[in-house]
Design a protein around this ligand. Structure first.
Ligand SMILES: Cc1ncc(COP(=O)(O)O)c(C=O)c1O
Length: 477
């Protein structure tokens, strides 16, 4: 029997939802600048969640109230101005509002008829992004969850191209009987590229490292040597635009020119680094990217749209179709002239990421994006100055973009002791929670590598960060 009570109860709840959510939005926006980056004691606060599944519950109002309370005690404020870990972007008002609209309407962008608007906005936003980032107009593209999946899409297209060069449709037949696919890159290759090579059956260890001695930036002589060793066999070259420890770049234009002289697919991983293109101060770092075959860019990093959002750009639409096509009688026919985005990327059902991206680009334009990027470039330079001024802090790399590599160095300690001290300081900073920031390695040195990619961060946040690092560092040493 139809459960009319359920329908009536949920409709009544839904009618009351709007003011609740509006209040949550108002409060979140009013407090985002001052909420703690990572509330201390989150683990203890979450222990009460490990209970059996209830047979019935108190309904949405009580549960949403509980969720809001949990956010206060255990929700990291990654939308706020004090998160410098990984590369965490914020959300501009236009992007956040549009993303909420996509959710409110439960928008599905699998194919044209599930949302003519969502599909159109995605394609328009991708076209604008190509323009903003200096990528060729004729390239294809698709939105995905982030740069990891964008790398997956681009390298799936690369693998399809490589298979065709050997006479095999890899998407149809698999890799059986084929030699390993050569992948050449530098020490800057992102961990996610290795992960997607594992998923693609090429192996996470397939990457030949053509970096300068000791790892790091691509050595073009080594790339040339490795390509010559392949004697014309097709290969994939991954060039890294913006690596995560110091924001350095492989020499893009030169690497692409060398690879072009061989039978190569060239992929540029520019998750955040391709945004260097939008400022005259940094565009030289990514000049030449338009000569590649594919590129990865993140939305949730420097475009400041909500999680999750990334973009795969691929020169050949045809290869995307071949790599990702699938069909069934109940799905749109492959020759349907209206787009099915679910058939040129890994996800079938997919959310409307294009709402936020389109809204951000439409609301602020290329000038707004340039100002956002330059604001973060300025913050990085400000931090570099503050580090240079502080006798107990040591900067370890030139600041080219939005990352500052430095360590706490009070003097009198050897390298092992310094590494151990900075490791402990990293733990102390996370426990403290005023800033979300992490450690990494630059060569053998343990470093902090704060990355700026949120418009909300202010100079005073950077000053406070330096003060907190000094306060905790002095306490530990
Ligand atoms: C260069 C690069 N590629 C790929 C990724 C993976 O991005 P995501 O976490 O959006 O999947 C990152 C993340 O920091 C990155 O910096």
């Amino acid at each position: 029997m139809i459960d009319d009570d359920l329908g009536a109860a949920l409709r009544a709840e839904a009618a009351e939802l709007a003011p609740e959510i509006a209040e949550a939005l108002r409060e979140a926006m009013a407090t985002v600048d001052r909420r703690t980056a990572l509330p201390p004691g989150a683990e203890a606060a979450l222990r009460g969640l490990d209970v059996p599944l209830p047979a019935s519950g108190p309904g949405s109002a009580a549960i949403l109230r509980r969720l809001r309370a949990l956010i206060e005690v255990a929700g990291a404020n990654t939308n706020g101005p004090k998160c410098f870990h990984f590369v965490i972007g914020g959300t501009t008002p236009a992007a956040l509002g549009a993303d909420l609209l996509a959710t409110i309407h439960d928008t599905l962008t699998y194919t044209w008829i599930t949302s003519p608007l969502g599909v159109t906005l995605e394609l328009q936003a991708l076209a604008w992004l190509r323009e903003l980032l200096g990528l060729p107009r004729g390239w294809s593209g698709v939105m995905v969850t982030g740069a990891s999946m964008a790398n997956f899409v681009a390298l799936a297209a690369a693998r399809q191209w490589w298979g065709e060069a050997l006479g095999v449709d890899v998407a149809a037949r698999g890799l059986s009987g084929l030699p390993p696919m050569p992948v050449l890159s530098s020490g800057y290759v992102h961990a996610s590229t290795r992960k997607v090579l594992a998923l693609l059956g090429c192996g996470r260890d397939a990457v030949t490292d053509c970096s300068v001695e000791g790892g790091g930036r691509l050595d073009t002589a080594a790339l040339r040597r490795e390509l010559e060793r392949l004697k014309g066999a097709p290969a994939v070259v991954v060039v890294n635009a913006g690596e995560v420890n110091a924001g350095d770049f492989d020499p893009l234009a030169e690497a692409i020119e060398i690879a072009r002289r061989h039978d190569c697919w060239i992929h540029v991983d520019g998750a955040f680094g391709l945004f260097a293109r939008v400022s005259p101060r940094t565009e030289h770092l990514v000049r030449g990217a338009e000569g590649a075959d594919s590129a990865t860019v993140d939305g949730h990093k420097w475009l400041n749209v909500p999680y999750d959002c990334g973009f795969a750009f691929v020169r050949s639409h045809d290869l995307l179709v071949k790599a990702f096509r699938y069909s069934a009688d109940y799905l749109p026919a492959p020759d349907d002239p209206r787009p099915t985005l679910g058939a040129i990327g890994p996800e079938s059902s997919r959310r409307a990421r294009g709402f936020a991206v389109w809204a951000a680009l439409a609301a602020y334009g290329s000038d707004g994006q340039r100002r956002l990027v330059e604001h973060n470039l300025d913050l990085a330079l400000h931090l570099a100055r503050r580090v240079d001024e502080a006798p107990e802090l040591e900067r370890l790399a030139e600041v080219q973009l939005n990352i500052v590599a430095f360590r706490f160095n009070p003097g009198g300690l050897d390298e092992t002791e310094l590494n151990e001290l900075n490791q402990r300081l990293g733990v102390a900073l996370i426990e403290d929670g005023r800033f979300l920031v992490g450690t990494s390695k630059l060569g053998a040195k343990t470093i902090f590598r704060p990355a700026f990619s949120n418009w909300r961060t202010r100079e005073e946040d950077v000053d406070e960060f330096v003060a907190v690092v000094l306060e905790l560092g002095r306490r530990l040493s």
